[in-house]
Design a protein. Structure first.
Length: 378
């Protein structure tokens, strides 16, 4: 199954991360993805570093073709209609109502292509009080409740990688795959709708289960206390993390490895529920011990004791990690315009195979002429 979606053509409209990530996931499975970009600058994420091929853009647009179309012009709309008529999937992350205003209502899409899978990704859905509001990652993280479980209320800072964008893209990709499978049986197209708000809520069900069943409002410490997850600074200033879970053997092995068997006699930490209840106190106690030795020494001790742990790697350390190297996560690819680049392989193997060879993200309009000739565009 090297090319699971071989023969499938996807037309990708939209920017930010949701549509590009969804398109990239489909391309990774062998689909042909034609990215439609505005003639003046293309995807705004191309220009994140002041040029038209930023690392941000390259990270989310591998294995795609790029064509420039002005969808405000009649010629551009006509060309898009031609592409849609011969595609399998239309993917967009416009705000609700934008595509119909361009002349592509659901009725017209069905007329152009009865077998079309149309995936619409929005911030808040097609209707409702928020449907016309702009939405980006931090907005969706906040409104979905994810932010309240991640941000320190005493020192509020938004940090870390995009969550809601990536989560929504993944849900959209599996929705499209399900729709394609259904089409194989019925021969009929369908409309797939995914929004960032619902996707982000669905991605974190535990907090809602805790609240509705026990009345507990989750905080940034709630899940980590239950799972006994920790991060500590070591003597050399480097960070280490561990996840002791509810399995008692991990707690005992950890305590033995750090030579703090006295804590086994401490009533505050005698059982998993007690350690959860006294999580903050226990964290402070353990933090003082972890400051006594450098990280490498702790890593050796914990590995020998079969404790679930890891060094908190920064990006360069990830790329040098021996397990990452063994998995072959990173690869280099040459782009005839942009030069040599480092990229990340798809993390899914089918029958042990990653799939087709990877191509670098396209330059703006790199495939315009070839696509125009192939599809007979203006």
């Amino acid at each position: 199954m090297k090319n699971a979606l071989q023969g499938i053509t996807v037309i990708e409209l939209g920017t930010v991360l949701t549509a590009p990530l969804t398109g990239m996931m489909l391309a990774d499975l062998g689909a042909r993805v034609i990215k439609v970009e505005h003639p003046e600058g293309g995807d705004p994420f191309r220009r994140h570093d002041g040029r038209y091929y930023s690392p941000h853009f390259a990270a989310y647009n591998r294995n795609k073709e790029s064509i420039q179309l002005d969808l405000q012009s009649e010629a551009g709309k006509a060309d898009l209609a031609t592409l849609i008529s011969r595609a399998d999937v239309l993917l967009d992350n416009f705000r609700a109502g934008v595509l119909p205003r361009l002349g592509f209502t659901q009725d017209r899409l069905k007329t152009l292509n009865p077998q079309l899978i149309h995936c619409s990704i929005t911030g808040f859905g097609a209707d409702g009080p928020y449907h016309d509001r702009p939405c980006y990652d931090a907005v969706a993280v906040a409104i979905s409740g994810l932010g309240s479980q991640m941000i320190d209320p005493e020192h509020p800072r938004v940090s870390g990688p995009s969550l809601s964008d990536n989560i929504t893209g993944m849900y959209a990709a599996y929705g499209i795959l399900g729709a394609l499978n259904a089409r194989n049986r019925s021969g009929e197209g369908s409309r797939v709708e995914v929004n960032m708000l619902e996707a982000s809520i669905a991605f974190s069900p535990e907090g809602f289960a805790q609240y509705t069943s026990k009345g507990i409002i989750p905080t940034p410490q709630s899940r980590v206390a239950i799972s006994q997850s920790y991060a500590f600074r070591c003597a050399d200033g480097r960070l280490i993390a561990m996840h002791l879970s509810s399995v008692d053997k991990f707690w005992k092995a950890f305590i033995k490895a750090i030579e703090r068997e006295d804590l086994l006699e401490d009533e505050r930490f005698a059982t998993a529920p007690m350690r959860t209840r006294n999580y903050s106190v226990l964290t402070d106690v353990l933090a003082q011990t972890m400051l006594t030795r450098p990280r490498e020494e702790w890593c050796q001790r914990l590995a020998t004791s079969d404790v679930p742990f890891a060094a908190v790697n920064n990006v360069p350390e990830v790329m040098e990690d021996p397990q990452v190297a063994h998995l072959g996560v990173f690869y280099e690819v040459d782009h005839h315009i942009q030069g040599r680049q480092t990229a990340i392989h798809r993390p899914v193997r089918i029958n042990g195979d990653r799939g087709p060879s990877d191509r670098a993200a396209p330059a703006l309009g790199e495939h315009s002429d070839a696509i125009r000739r192939e599809f007979g565009l203006s």
